[in-house]
Design a protein around this ligand. Structure first.
Ligand SMILES: [Zn+2]
Ligand SMILES: [Zn+2]
Length: 151
């Protein structure tokens, strides 16, 4: 039981580290074609960038199936992966971009910092020069503003 909880927590932390690098080097790199729609104004509810979420959902489903068929720890990794997706959806799509049909206001200092940092990420509408690529971890907004100013 404890082993499985450790796997889940490690998987959530691992996903944040992966997401930070993936966002910085792939989405703002070769994958900009899809991600650009999230940095510029687009009409309608959906953005091409949402295809990333679809891809990750398919990967998660694949991990769940493989885990239950071949190796149970993989199933717990998939669970951590999915919990990360839910947290990402809450912070990024909910708190920051307000894509939900109801309004949520961040109350804790941690959540306010995440929202502020991600708004600073959106200061740029081009591939290069953005700051703050994490979703559950963010540097101090003052530091990010200083980096943006120096660019
Ligand atoms: Zn971005
Ligand atoms: Zn965003």
């Amino acid at each position: 039981m404890i082993g499985n909880i450790i796997i889940i927590i490690a998987s959530i932390i691992g996903m944040e580290i992966f997401a930070l690098y993936f966002h910085k080097h792939f989405m703002h790199g070769r994958g900009w074609n899809w991600h650009e729609s999230h940095h510029v104004h687009t009409d309608g509810y959906f953005e091409t960038n949402d295809l990333y979420a679809v891809c990750f959902s398919v990967i998660a489903a694949g991990l769940f199936i493989s885990g239950s068929l071949f190796w149970m720890p993989l199933w717990y990794i998939a669970l951590g992966f999915t919990i990360y997706g839910v947290l990402y959806g809450f912070v990024h799509d909910g708190l920051v971009h307000q894509r939900w049909p109801f309004y949520v206001t961040p109350k804790s200092r941690y959540l306010k910092r995440l929202v502020h940092a991600h708004r600073l990420h959106h200061h740029t509408t081009v591939k290069d020069g953005a700051v703050s690529f994490g979703f559950l971890y963010a540097e101090k907004p003052e530091k990010l503003k200083a980096i943006l100013k120096s660019k």
